[in-house]
Design a protein around this ligand. Structure first.
Ligand code: MN3
Length: 207
C-alpha cells in the first residue's frame, strides 16, 4: 500500500490573493508529489514498513533502518507536513480563533497576538528552509510554538503538529520574493481554524 498524494480540498486559486494559484499548483503538484514519490521509492528497501501510515512511520523513526532513515525523515516528513499544511488552510479563513483552540492559545501564549508574534519570529529566524509550527505537547498538555529545519516532523519527537507555516522559499517566492515576513503576515488570512481546532482536540484526546 503505497503513500498517495491527496487532491487539495479546494481549488489552486482558492487562497488568492494571500497565496497565489501558481504557487499552490507547483507546491502541491510538484514539491509535495516529489516527497510522496521519493518516500515510496525509499520504502521499497523496507517492505515491512510499507504498510505503516505516515504518522506511525514518523513516530517510529528510531526503528527505521539506517540506510533509508534520512530519506524517510526528508520525504516522509515532507509528505506529512504538506498534507497538514493544505488542511489547515482554506478559503474564507483567518480571523480570531475561538472555542477550544482559542482557549488553548490563551492558556499557552496569553493571547492570540502573542501567538502570532511567536510564530512569525520563529518563521523569520529559521535560517534557510523549514517550518514554524504550533504543536500539542502531550507531556505538558499545552500548545507550544517551535521551529524545525527542512522537513523534520515534530512527530519524530513525540509532539503533535496542529498548524504550521511552510517557510521554504518555494512556499512564497513567486508572489513575495524575499519578503518572508509579508508572506507570514498574509498567511493568517487563510488559516482554517475549524481544522486546527479539530487537530488540537484529537491530539488532546490522544488520537
Ligand atoms: Mn513546501
Amino acid at each position: 500500500m503505497a503513500h498517495a498524494l491527496s487532491a487539495l480540498p479546494y481549488a489552486f486559486d482558492a487562497l488568492e490573493p494571500h497565496i497565489d494559484a501558481k504557487t499552490m499548483e507547483i507546491h502541491s503538484q510538484k514539491h509535495h508529489k516529489a516527497y510522496v514519490d521519493n518516500l515510496n521509492k525509499a520504502l521499497e528497501a523496507a517492505p515491512d514498513l510499507a504498510g505503516q501510515d505516515i504518522v506511525t512511520l514518523l513516530r517510529g523513526i528510531a526503528s527505521v533502518p539506517a540506510a533509508i532513515k534520512q530519506a524517510v525523515i526528508n520525504n516522509g516528513g515532507g509528505h506529512h507536513n504538506h498534507s497538514l499544511f493544505w488542511e489547515v488552510m482554506g478559503p474564507g479563513g483567518g480571523g480570531e480563533p475561538t472555542g477550544a483552540i482559542g482557549d488553548a492559545i490563551k492558556d499557552a501564549f496569553g493571547d492570540f497576538a502573542k501567538l502570532k508574534d511567536t510564530v512569525k519570529n520563529n518563521g523569520l529566524t529559521q535560517f534557510g528552509s523549514g517550518w514554524s509550527w504550533v504543536v500539542y505537547n502531550p507531556t505538558s498538555g499545552k500548545l507550544e510554538a517551535i521551529k524545525k529545519p527542512n522537513q523534520d516532523s515534530p512527530l519524530m519527537e513525540g509532539l503533535v503538529p496542529v498548524m504550521g507555516v511552510d517557510v521554504w522559499e518555494h512556499a512564497y517566492y513567486l508572489k513575495y520574493q524575499n519578503l518572508r515576513a509579508a508572506y507570514i503576515d498574509a498567511w493568517w488570512n487563510v488559516v482554517n481554524w475549524k481544522t486546527v481546532e479539530a487537530k488540537y482536540v484529537a491530539a488532546k484526546a490522544g488520537k
